[in-house]
Design a protein around this ligand. Structure first.
Ligand code: GRF
Length: 193
């Protein structure tokens, strides 16, 4: 199963997928391409280190959303994925891509959906919201992508304890280590069977 991974930042979830593939625990899935929403992100270095072709498709480089989407579809015609994984990807895909790959796009979100998700809830924000609300448990969710941010069918979730003295950064790291980097490869492996 050919997988194209979309990234926007450090790429630690991409790395978890690459490590799983190398360890033989990604089922029949192969990470065959990486698409970054901007140049210079460390996720591109991770792709390079694994000899995986990468593309930069940055919305700001295009006259409008339609042109940006057309370029994404061009790249996807080239990478020909069976599955698209959004891993720390910060752009909201338009319906052109979502419809063309309906049922074949998944996303990892750093909270237990439906808590702390939706419009604008990315990066540290879900963790800031969790700490502000005082929840004792948070975690991560893998879900199908549809036109509603974080709205698609939930495929997997993993709970993580919130501890005394947690800062958003400490909590984010724990959620990544104990949840994201575990359930994302698991779901990709499952879908590849
Ligand atoms: C992190 O906030 C992670 O929780 C979310 O996207 C951000 C960056 O992830 N999934 P990554 O290190 O680029 O995979």
């Amino acid at each position: 199963m050919r997988v194209t991974v979309f990234v926007s930042g450090g790429g630690s979830n991409l790395q978890a997928l690459l490590d799983a593939e190398k360890a033989g625990t990604l089922g029949k899935a192969q990470i065959t391409a990486v698409v970054a929403s901007r140049a210079g992100v460390y996720a591109l270095k991770r792709a390079e280190n694994h000899g995986i072709p990468s593309y930069v498709v940055s919305k700001k480089d295009f006259a409008g959303t339609a042109q940006w989407e057309a370029r994404l579809l061009e790249v996807l015609a080239e990478t020909a994925p069976d599955l698209i994984v959004l891993a720390g990807y910060l752009s909201i895909l338009g319906e052109g891509v979502v419809n063309r790959y309906a049922g074949r796009i998944i996303n990892i979100h750093p909270s237990l959906i439906p808590a702390f998700c939706g419009e604008g809830m990315y990066g540290l924000r879900p963790h800031i919201a969790a700490l502000e609300r005082g929840v004792k448990i948070t975690g991560a969710s893998v879900h199908y992508v549809n036109e509603i941010p974080d709205g698609g069918e939930i495929l997997a979730q993993k709970a993580v304890e919130v501890l005394e003295g947690d800062t958003p950064e400490i909590l984010q790291k724990r959620v990544m280590e104990q949840a994201e980097w575990i359930i994302l490869p698991q779901v990709v492996a499952e879908l590849s069977k």
